[in-house]
Write a protein that binds this ligand. Structure first.
Ligand code: PMT
Length: 398
C-alpha cells in the first residue's frame, strides 16, 4: 500500500482536477506527505489555496518564485520526492514529459525527478487516440513511467468514450497495488534483452529483443519491495532506477553473471532472449570480401542452456521462472521446456504475432505451472503482464 511516502502530486489543466482534491485527501489519510505542483492552466480551474489548505504544504506554481534563498525549490522538491503522481495528466504535460520539455514549474520539476512516476491521463477520446498522444504515451512507458488506463464513460463533452479520469478511490487502489511489499527482503534476479555473439570485431549474431518485458519485470519486482539484480544484454529502452544492473554481451557472460547472482537469490526470472548458438571461432579482424569467394560459412557451436544449468542445481526454496518464445506449437513446446529446465513456471508467448512478443509494448501469454495448470492472460501492456508474473512469483515464494 502507498503509505508514509513523500508524494509530489502534479495537477494540470483538466476539468477532472476536482477529483485530485479527493485523491490528495485519500493519500494524506494513508499517512503520506503530499506536496502539490500546479500548472498555470490547472490554476484556472482551482485555486492553489484549496490544495494548500488540504495538504498544509506550500503549493508550487512558479519556477522563478524562490521563497528560501538557501535552496532551489524545483530541485529540492524533485529530490525530496519518493513518488511522483501526475493526475490529472493532460495531453500537454504528457507531450512535455515525453520530449523533455521544461518550461514551467511542473515540467521542470518532473524533469529533475528521479523518483518513480505514475501518470493518470485525462482527456477527450480523440485527443487520447491522436497518433501524437499514442506516441508520447509509448515514449513515457519506454522511459519507465507507469501509466494508468483511462476509464470509459461519460466525458465532459457530453458523449461517452475513453479518456475519462478514473475515480479517486480507483486511482488509489491502482497506486496501492504497486506498493504492496510482498517481496520485501527477497533477492530477485531478472534477465532482460538480447545477447550478442561476436563473429568479428564489428559483426555479431543477435535477436530483436528490446528488453521491454524483462525491464518491466525488474520494475514490478522493485515496486513489490524486492532487492533486484537485473542482468541485461542489448536493449532499446531506459534501464530502471533502484535496481542493481549487471551488463553483459554474450550468452557466456549472461550465464556467468546470472549464475553468480542466483547463488544467493530467492528467485530468477529469465526473460532474456538468449542465442542458442555462437560462432565457433571469433575472428580478430574484420572479415573481408574476396573476389574469388561468393560464400562465407560460419561454424556455430551450441551455447550452454542457462536455465537448464541453474535448474539442475537449484535449492528447494528457490523459484525459477522461464519464458518460452515460440512461433508454432506454443503450449506443447512450452510444456517441454518447463520440464526440461526444471522450472516452477513458464511464460509462453507467441512471438509470431507482431502485436506481442519481441519489441512490442503489449504481450499476451499463457502461464504454465509445474503441475500442468495453464492460465491465459488478456492482451495487456508489458507492465501489466510483468505485475502478474511478479504476483505469481510472490505466491510461489511464499
Ligand atoms: O525484450 P522484448 O522485446 O520485450 O521481448 C520479450 C521476449 C520475447 C524476449 C520475452 O518475452 C521472451 O520470450 N524471452 C525468452 C526468449 C527466449 O530465449 O526464449 P526460448 O524459448 O528460446 O528460451 C526458453 C527459456 O530458456 C527462456 O527463458 C530463455 O531465457 C532461456 N534460455 C534460452 C537459451 C539458452 N541458451 N539458455 C536459456 O536459459
Amino acid at each position: 500500500m502507498l503509505k508514509d511516502k513523500k508524494i509530489t502530486l502534479y495537477v494540470t489543466g483538466s476539468i477532472a482536477i476536482y477529483k485530485s482534491l479527493i485523491l490528495a485527501r485519500l493519500l494524506i489519510k494513508n499517512g503520506n506527505e503530499v506536496k502539490v505542483v500546479m500548472t498555470e492552466d490547472a490554476q484556472k480551474f482551482i485555486s492553489p489555496l484549496t490544495f494548500q489548505a488540504l495538504t498544509k504544504n506550500e503549493v508550487l506554481t512558479d519556477v522563478f518564485v524562490e521563497n528560501d534563498p538557501k535552496s532551489i525549490s524545483h530541485i529540492k522538491t524533485a529530490d525530496d520526492t519518493d513518488v511522483a503522481i501526475i493526475a490529472p495528466a493532460t495531453a500537454n504535460i504528457i507531450a512535455k514529459m515525453a520530449n523533455g520539455i521544461a518550461d514551467d514549474m511542473a515540467s521542470t520539476t518532473l524533469l529533475a525527478t528521479q523518483a518513480p512516476k505514475f501518470v493518470i491521463p485525462s482527456m477527450n477520446t480523440h485527443m487520447l487516440d491522436n497518433p501524437a498522444t499514442v506516441r508520447n504515451l509509448r515514449q513515457l512507458s519506454d522511459d519507465g513511467i507507469t501509466i494508468m488506463e483511462t476509464a470509459n464513460g461519460l466525458l465532459a463533452e457530453g458523449y461517452t468514450g475513453k479518456g475519462r479520469f478514473p475515480e479517486p478511490e480507483e486511482i488509489l487502489n491502482w497506486l496501492d497495488s504497486f506498493f504492496e511489499a510482498p517481496l520485501a527482503g527477497k533477492n530477485i534476479v531478472v534477465t532482460a534483452g538480447g545477447t550478442k555473439e561476436r563473429i568479428d570485431p564489428v559483426r555479431y549474431i543477435s535477436n530483436d529483443s528490446s528488453g521491454k518485458m524483462g525491464i518491466a519485470i525488474a520494475r514490478a519486482a522493485r515496486n513489490a519491495g524486492a532487492n533486484v539484480t537485473l542482468v541485461v544484454g542489448s536493449v532499446s529502452v531506459k534501464l530502471p532506477s533502484g535496481v542493481k544492473i549487471l551488463k553483459i554481451e554474450s550468452s557466456t557472460e549472461l550465464l556467468e553473471e546470472t549464475q553468480k547472482a542466483f547463488s544467493s537469490a530467492d528467485a530468477l526470472i529469465m526473460s532474456a532472449a538468449v542465442a542458442d548458438f555462437r560462432p565457433k571461432r571469433v575472428v580478430d579482424h574484420k572479415i573481408k570480401k574476396t573476389a574469388d569467394n561468393d560464400n562465407l560459412s560460419i561454424e556455430l557451436v551450441k551455447n550452454p542452456d542457462i536455465l537448464k544449468t541453474l535448474g539442475s542445481n537449484k535449492q528447494d526454496n528457490q523459484v525459477m521462472i522461464g519464458f518460452a518464445a515460440e512461433t508454432n506449437d506454443l503450449i506443447e513446446n512450452a510444456v517441454k521446456k518447463i520440464k526440461n529446465k526444471n522450472l516452477d513456471l513458464i511464460v509462453a508467448n507467441d512471438v509470431s504475432d507482431k502485436r506481442i512478443g519481441f519489441n512490442s509494448n503489449d504481450n499476451q501469454v499463457t502461464y504454465i505451472f509445474k503441475d500442468g495448470k495453464q492460465v491465459k492472460s488478456e492482451l495487456a501492456s508489458k507492465d501489466i503482464i510483468a505485475k502478474q508474473i511478479v504476483d505469481i512469483m510472490s505466491q510461489l515464494l511464499n
